[in-house]
Structure formats: C-alpha cells, structure tokens
Design a protein around this ligand. Sequence first.
Ligand code: PLP
Length: 395
Amino acid sequence: MKVETKVVHGKGITVDSASRAIAPAIQTAAVFSFKCAEHGARLFAGEEEGYIYTRLGNPTLRLLEEKMAFLEGGESAAAFASGMAAISTTILALCDAGDNIIASSPIYGGTFALLSKLLPRWGIEIRWAQATKFVQQIEKNKLIDERTKLFLIETPANPTLDLVDLAEAANMAKTYNIPTAVDQTFATFYFQKCLDFGIDIAIYSTTKFIGGHSDAIGGITISTRDLMRKIKDETLIDLGGVMSPFNAFLFLRGLKTLAVRMDRHNCNAMKIAQYLEEHPRIENVFYPYLESNPQYALAKKQMSGGSGLLSFNIKGGKEKGKTFLDNLNLLCIAVSLGSVNTLIEHPASMTHSTYSAEELKEAGIPEGLIRVSIGIENAEDLIEDMDQSLNKTFS
Ligand SMILES: Cc1ncc(COP(=O)(O)O)c(C=O)c1O
C-alpha cells in the first residue's frame, strides 16, 4: 500500500468489528473494571493484556499509537498531552542527573526553554551544534563524552528551516551507541521517513499537521519496543502527560486527510516561496525545496517535499515586517503551524521569545525573520494578500 492509502486505512482494519462503525469510538472511561481480583493482579503484573486506567493505556489512544507507529515505520508509539510532553518525557526517560544531550540549533522556542532553562536545574547539560554543520561541530568541539545520552535533532528547524543531515547524524551516534531523536513536526512521515535514515526515535507535536485544524493539542513518540518501554511504561505513566481520548480521536480523523492536505500545503508553499524570492522588497527566503537554498541537495536526499513552512526577511527589517503583518487581511497573525489556515508570525517576539537577543544571534535566527505556515487555501489568494500588504507597507 502507498502512503495515501495507509493514512486512510491504517493496516487495513477500517471498521469496528462489533458495531461495523467506520469511525473509531471515543473511549472516555478513565477506569476499567476487572473480572475478578486475580484478573486485576494479572493486569498489574503484566501477565495479561488489558486496560486498567487511562493514564496507563486506553483503547482510543492505542488506535492512534498503533496507526502512527505503522505510518512512521516504528515498532511502538506513545500518545502524549502535547508535543512538549513528548519531548520532555523522552529526555527524562533517557537521561539522569550528570548526563548531557547534544541538540541541534536553532530549535523551537519551547524546546529551547526546556533544554536551556529547565533541564539544567535537574543536572542535565545541553551542548549545542548548529543544524547545518551538526556532525562537523560535534567533532570539532569534541561534544561527545561518556555521559552523552541523546542527540536531539529538529529538521527542518523552527524557524529557519535549516536541515540536519539525518544519515550523517545517525551514523555518528551509532558509533558511540547514543540514541537519536528527531522532531518530525515540520516534515511529518509524509515527506521525511527519519527512521529509514537510522534515527531511533521520531517525535511529533501532533497539534500541527497530524491534527491539521488547530483544534487539539497532542504529541507522539515512535520508536522500538525497547525504547518505548523506557519512554512509556517507565516514564510517561508516572510523569502523567498522556493524551486525552477526545484528542486521540481528532488526530485519528486528521490522519485520514493528511496526504491530501500535505500535497496542498507543499504545492502552495513552493508557489509562495517562488513569489517571495522574486519580490524586490524581500531580502531572502528560506524554504528547503527552493533550488537556490544552499541545502537543496540535502533536502532532495532526505525529504520528498519541502512541506508547508517557510520563512523570510523583509527589506527594512523588524519594523517593516510588523507593518507587513498588520496590513494582511487573509493571512492570520498567529503562532502554531500545520493548520488548514495560513498562519504568520514573528519568531523573535513570539514562538522564539524564549531566546535572548544574544541567543537569537548565536542560533542564527534573524531579528526581523517572519515565519509562515502555508495553509490549504488557494495560493493565488494568499499571494494577492501578501502583494497588497507589501505594496501598502512600502507605499
Ligand atoms: C517543532 C516543534 N516541536 C514541538 C512543539 C511543541 O508542541 P506542542 O505545542 O504540541 O507542545 C512545537 C510547537 O510549536 C514545534 O513547532
């Protein structure tokens, strides 16, 4: 089966065997009863499969976990309350006080805050390597030691769309026996099968393209059974950041239209990237699938499309950028991404405001950069709105 069929049908079971319903039921129960005391004891001891309590497992969550594991090409998955819950739980499952993580830079502002501000309080150290020169900087700066427990990679990176070479990073990590995790939120399995490049763990904010409609917060981690045992059974159920069954239902529904949505996001983003690149008032455009992008060859190697995110600088910097946002009518000034609606924002003052001015500079995030998540509207309408706003901004 091709991916367009897989997102609709999963492994092929499309109807509930008891009711023949074509959509999954939402199992809202927090608690499941035992047939007898001995049955309860056997479930707790792991001697028999079954549901106990939704924080430990739930049928609707399980449908989503199994479908995402299948689509990503992993053995097992866990559903979390948010993308940040997926990232933080994965880290805490793999790292103890005194350990360190090597992370790619730049990275989403929330992840940056978790890594640079929160984790050091528990004795976990972060070592940064620039996304575009990830393995080269790790080598040059001798970042790996015996306490390095994870490579945490975001590619394409939020908000610059910089890429990390997945095969190079996975090969290096394997020689040192270090697990690798990739934040797949921007590309999704539809454009980037990170596990095929030797990456161990795929992480998502499902809030974005998986849901697709900006109406549910969630996260997913997919990996081998062994790693997922650590992440889910030994960490998630005690930290407690599990997804709600209602949201699992929304993500299952979102998955069915993922392929058609991603094709439209991709096609629209390419048209808009090309339009912006030609515009005299635009300084530069960052989109992995633009031929002028210095990482175009790598994008073609590890992604089957550029996805729906792009960023750019306007001539006149931050001030002109703000006026440009305010003059838009159709594009919505909002954070988040992966929605059917086009969402536009200013990372330095919004999604990446957790970075200081100095940290933005170090991470290579321009102060005036604008990020857009291209929706599934008609590309000509989006271009027309950007065009009128640019004309107004510079009149
Ligand atoms: C790349 C990336 N990873 C993770 C997250 C965090 O996800 P959530 O908001 O679902 O916690 C975000 C949120 O914007 C993101 O852009």
